[in-house]
Every structure is written in C-alpha cells, then in structure tokens.
Design a protein around this ligand. Structure first.
Ligand code: HEC
Ligand code: HEC
Ligand code: HEC
Ligand code: HEC
Ligand code: HEC
Length: 437
C-alpha cells in the first residue's frame, strides 16, 4: 500500500467514525435508549445486545469500522439510490433522507427508503410490510428440509425504523453473534457462535423468498437459485460468492487482531450499474423468413449467463425493457417493437384481461397492486438462471439494407412514467445489418 492509499484509508475511517457518531446522536435524539458501549472495554469483557435486531448498526460499527463503512456508505462500490417517483412525473420525488447516504447498501436503507414506505401507504392502506424489511432474530432454514420458506416474524412497529441491521443477520434468537469463525480463534468481546450454514444461501432465504415456489412470480430469488441454478448443477456458487466477494482484512479495528478473510458487506444488486450489467448477454441474427409475409425475420437472444437466479429477480416492480428498431439508410426508424421482462405480481400472469375481475378484489390490498401489474400485462417472464430466451420478430420491410438495433434497459420501478429515466440503466445494446431482397 502506498502513502496516498494509506491516507485514503485513514481519512475514510475518520469519515466513518464521524458519521457513526452523527447517526448515534440522531438516534438518541429521535427516541433515546440506544445501547452504549465503552471503547475502553478489553477483549474478554462481554458486550450484549438487549435491543435484539433493533440494535442500530452504529453500535457494531464502533468496533467493526471498515465493515460498517461498507454497509452504511457503500465504500468500495458504485451503489446509487437515486430519487424515484411512484407513477407520474408530477408525483413527489422520493429521495433517501439525511443523514443516510444514497450510496449505502440496500440493507442499511431498508428502514428509511421512502419508496417502500410510500408504496405501502398506496398499495396496502398503510399496513406494515415489516416482515422482511424488519424481522426479529431467526434460526437459519435447512436447504433440503425447508421446501417452503415462511416469512420471518416482524419486530413491533415502534422498532421498525432501524430497518435491516448487522444484528438482523448476525444475531441468533438466544442473543449470540453468528459467524463463520470458531469463537475460540477470535478475541471477540461478545458471545459468538460458528454456524457452517452462515456463509451459504440459506442465510438470505427468509427475506429473499416468499410462499411456495411459483415460476414467474415475484419474491422467488432464493427458490430460483435453489431449483434452477444450484439444484440443476448449473453452478455451485452461494449468494455470498457473487454478492459478498471475499477480501482479507481485520474484522474489528484497533483490537490487535490479525487480518482474516471476510466477505464484502455491500450487496450490489440493481442499484449498481456495473453489477446489473453482468446478468444478461444480448445477441441478434437474421434468419430465413418462412412466415409467408414480406419482411425480415430477426431472432433476439437474451441469455442469463451471470446471475444465479432469474433476471430480473425479486420485487415485481423491477422490469427490463427490450426495444428493437429497424433503421433505414437515412437514419429513420421505420419499424419498432418493445418487450418487457418482469416478475408477475401474484401466482398468475399479469394480464389486462383480468382488469375487470381485479375490481372485486379487497381494496386497497391486493387490488391496487394487482391492477397496477395487470395494466402492463401480458409480458415476458424473467429469464431464468442459465436460460437463453429467443424472441422472434418479423417487421414488414421494403427491399433494401437496414440496421436492426436492440437496447436492454433495466427499470427499478416499471410502473412509473417511462420518460422518468433516473431509475433506468442501459444494460446492453446490440445491432446488425440486414438485407431484404
Ligand atoms: C444481510 C446479512 C448481513 C448483514 C446485514 C451483515 N452481515 Fe456481516 N456477514 C454476513 C455473512 C453472510 C458473512 C459471512 C460471509 C463471508 O465472509 O463469506 C458475514 C461476515 C461478517 C464478519 C466476518 C466474520 C465471519 O463470521 O465471517 C463480520 C465481523 C461481520 N460480518 C460483521 C458485520 C457488521 C458489523 C455488520 C453491520 C455493520 C454486518 N456484518 C452486517 C451477513 C451479514
Ligand atoms: C466492543 C467492540 C465490538 C462490538 C460493539 C461488536 N463487536 Fe463483533 N467483534 C469484535 C471483535 C474484537 C471480534 C473478533 C475479531 C477477530 O478476532 O478477528 C468480533 C467478532 C465478530 C464476528 C465474528 C464471529 C465469528 O464467530 O465468526 C462477528 C460476525 C461480529 N463480531 C459481529 C458483530 C455484530 C453484528 C455486532 C453488533 C450487533 C458486533 N459484532 C459488535 C468487536 C466488537
Ligand atoms: C432480514 C431480511 C434480509 C436478509 C436476511 C437478507 N436480505 Fe437482502 N434485502 C432485504 C431487503 C428488505 C432489501 C431491500 C431493501 C430496500 O431496497 O429498501 C434487500 C436488498 C438486497 C439486495 C439489493 C437489491 C437492490 O435492489 O439493489 C441484494 C443484492 C441482497 N439484498 C442480497 C442479499 C444476500 C446475498 C443476503 C444473504 C447473505 C441477503 N440479502 C439477506 C432483506 C434481507
Ligand atoms: C452466480 C452469481 C450469483 C449468485 C449465485 C446469486 N446472484 Fe443475485 N445477482 C447476480 C447478478 C449478476 C445480478 C444482477 C442481474 C439482475 O438480476 O438484475 C443479481 C441480482 C440480485 C438482486 C437484485 C434483484 C432486484 O430486483 O433488485 C438480488 C436481490 C439478488 N441478486 C439476491 C441474490 C440472492 C438472495 C442469492 C442467493 C439465493 C443470489 N442473489 C445469488 C448474481 C448472482
Ligand atoms: C418476503 C419478504 C418481503 C416482504 C414481505 C416485503 N418485501 Fe419489499 N423487498 C424485499 C426484498 C428482498 C427487496 C429487495 C429487492 C428485490 O429483491 O427485488 C424488496 C424491495 C422492495 C422495494 C424496492 C426498494 C428499492 O429501493 O428499490 C419496494 C418498493 C418494496 N420492497 C415494497 C414492499 C411493500 C410495500 C411491502 C408490503 C406489501 C413489502 N415490500 C414486503 C422483501 C420483502
């Protein structure tokens, strides 16, 4: 490490500590009652966490400074939680409130992200969606025995605001800190326990899957990994291997402990442009037109080569638009088409055909969200792990030479106005020259 890297690391730490203190003060100001710990505590003294999973991450961050910086500031990644709108351009811009950073990890922002909070008011009449966004401590499920993952137990409403904390993943129901190391090897001031399942996908299962497996439906990420990727032998990687790559460094600063291997705590996903571009490849080819109509037949291949689950995965709000255009020699677009890849809201395809039936569903939940989804259907389902989706298009064209261009665009909220581009990221772009004779 050269001198300037040292400087960056040291000043990064200073910023981390200042922000830890600022956030701690705010938390104290808001409701009081944060756990206080003394930095003079020597190894061997026992720190406990009486607030359970509502223990703010800042408490752990006082000793685990580097890991906290990743969680709270996204240090080392290109995460960005830009402003978003629910529907129309005239809606209020929903932005991450201070003192939180809009570059933080999604887990750190889960309690304050104004988008889920507003969506809940609109779609669920203000009901609390606290099961995954703010659960109590849980034991990890079993990969083989627990075929259906049930939602975790939510914390009481007055303990929601801290969202997903370090303790949400690390605290066991009996108050110990779970990890991958044998506690005997460590100098931890808290009780810790080694869980061999901890660095595997079951750690993520509870919040990243819901109900039984339904191919095409939302909130299926863990099942998609288990059934389509790991279970078929397509790959061996666990969620952590892709979303928490390993680095070697001290686990806690200033405790005199040696550097050890630890996964990065950033969890890049659809808020990281470099990361979402790793999921799909896009390619085009002209094939013989046997349809009997005049024009060219084009095949568009969308291949999920990078994700250990479907793309897009998770919330039904996610969507990938695929826009195809045929451009003539003057640069004019003479034919165009559009597809949408997205998870269904419920266990059946989103489809405009259901709109009148939706009106008899309980209001607002699930009527509002189901109607919103059906208005955009039918559409393509997400591309499953390892799947190559081939879509054929036969635009009517005159004789001549043309360019066919296809663009894939990721949309965090497919339900808002398409001209709102702050929640969109171009994933891939491909073009070929074709001849119609
Ligand atoms: C979404 C779940 C999750 C959250 C939130 C989380 N961690 Fe972790 N943490 C993990 C996983 C999984 C590993 C093991 C991954 C690996 O190292 O391969 C880990 C590893 C660690 C380790 C290294 C020791 C070990 O057991 O491997 C420490 C220390 C740690 N986390 C501290 C923290 C702190 C401090 C926070 C909050 C600032 C935090 N974690 C938030 C899931 C989480
Ligand atoms: C007072 C300082 C301090 C606080 C507060 C603290 N830790 Fe630790 N923690 C340590 C030290 C020191 C180690 C041992 C590091 C080593 O030996 O490499 C450790 C170890 C760990 C490990 C590794 C356990 C294992 O068996 O793999 C995890 C995970 C962890 N801490 C998470 C947390 C979480 C989560 C919190 C907050 C709920 C927290 N810590 C609060 C100092 C602290
Ligand atoms: C306690 C529940 C919980 C656990 C456990 C959990 N997550 Fe999450 N995760 C969430 C929630 C809720 C969000 C969305 C937060 C938001 O954006 O408001 C999220 C967001 C994410 C994102 C970011 C998606 C995006 O849109 O940018 C990734 C990636 C992710 N989680 C991966 C993991 C991995 C890997 C694990 C296991 C090591 C894990 N999560 C464990 C609840 C959880
Ligand atoms: C082989 C690598 C790999 C594995 C294994 C993997 N992912 Fe991903 N994940 C990706 C890639 C690449 C993306 C970005 C492409 C996409 O889905 O949009 C992604 C995206 C995500 C997202 C963002 C989806 C959204 O709508 O915001 C979440 C959440 C997520 N993964 C969670 C998980 C969980 C949980 C597991 C384990 C059950 C897992 N991933 C396993 C590579 C992987
Ligand atoms: C089964 C667990 C679970 C439940 C229950 C749940 N969520 Fe989520 N939510 C997640 C996860 C995990 C993500 C991360 C992104 C993904 O997987 O697509 C997420 C992401 C979101 C996002 C996108 C956040 C962003 O910034 O990109 C919104 C909005 C949202 N949830 C709203 C809600 C609402 C409203 C409810 C109640 C009706 C709810 N959620 C219930 C697990 C859950």
């Amino acid at each position: 490490m050269n001198e300037s890297q040292h400087w960056i690391k040291a000043s990064g730490r200073r910023i981390a500590m200042v922000a830890v203190l600022a956030t701690a003060l705010i938390l104290v100001g808001c409701g009081g009652g944060t756990t206080t710990i003394s930095r003079s505590g020597l190894p061997g003294t026992t720190v406990t966490f009486p607030q359970g999973t509502a223990t703010p991450s800042e408490v752990c961050g006082q000793c685990h400074v580097g890991i906290y910086a990743e969680v709270a500031f996204g240090t080392g990644a290109d995460l960005k939680f830009g402003p978003i709108i629910l529907k129309s351009l005239s809606d209020q811009l929903l932005s991450i409130p201070g003192p939180f950073f809009d570059t933080a990890s999604a887990h750190h922002l889960a309690g304050v992200d104004p988008w889920p909070i507003s969506a809940r008011d609109l779609e669920n009449g203000g009901a609390h969606c606290n099961t995954c966004h703010y659960p109590e401590p849980f034991n990890l499920p079993d990969l083989v025995l627990d075929k259906v993952i049930h939602e975790p137990t939510p914390r009481p409403v007055d303990q929601q605001d801290v969202g997903i904390t370090c303790a949400s993943c690390h605290l066991t129901p009996d108050g110990k800190i779970r990890g991958t190391y044998n506690p005997g090897e460590l100098l931890a001031p808290h009780e810790s326990v080694r869980d061999p399942n901890f660095p595997t996908s079951v750690m993520c299962a509870f919040c990243h899957s819901k109900g039984p497996r339904v191919v095409g439906k939302q909130t299926q990420t863990y099942y998609e990994w288990r059934d389509d990727y790991f279970g078929t032998g397509l790959g061996q990687k666990q969620c952590e291997d892709c979303h928490m790559p390993q680095e070697v460094r001290v686990l806690a600063e200033d405790w005199g402990t040696p550097p050890r291997a630890v996964g990065q705590h950033i969890w890049p996903g659809s808020h990281s442009a470099t990361f979402i571009r790793q999921g799909l490849t896009l390619s085009l080819q002209q094939v013989p037109n046997t349809s009997g109509t005049f024009g060219a037949r084009i095949e568009i291949h969308v291949h999920n080569v990078g994700a250990g689950h479907s793309v897009p995965s998770g919330s039904n709000r996610r969507g990938i638009w695929m826009d195809a255009a045929v451009i003539d020699s003057n640069g004019n677009t003479i034919a165009a088409n559009e597809w949408l890849f997205a998870p269904w809201f419920s266990s059946r395809p989103d489809d405009r055909a259901f709109l009148s039936q939706d009106q008899i569903l309980p209001f607002p939940d699930p009527q509002v969200a189901q109607t919103q989804a059906d208005l955009q259907g039918p559409h393509e389902t997400p591309v499953r792990a390892g799947e190559e989706r081939v879509l054929a298009w036969t635009p009517q064209l005159p004789i001549g030479s043309f360019v066919v261009r296809v663009v894939l665009t990721y949309d965090l909220n497919r339900y808002n106005d398409r001209s709102f581009t702050q929640d969109q990221t171009e994933l891939a772009r491909s073009s070929i020259s074709i001849r119609v004779q």
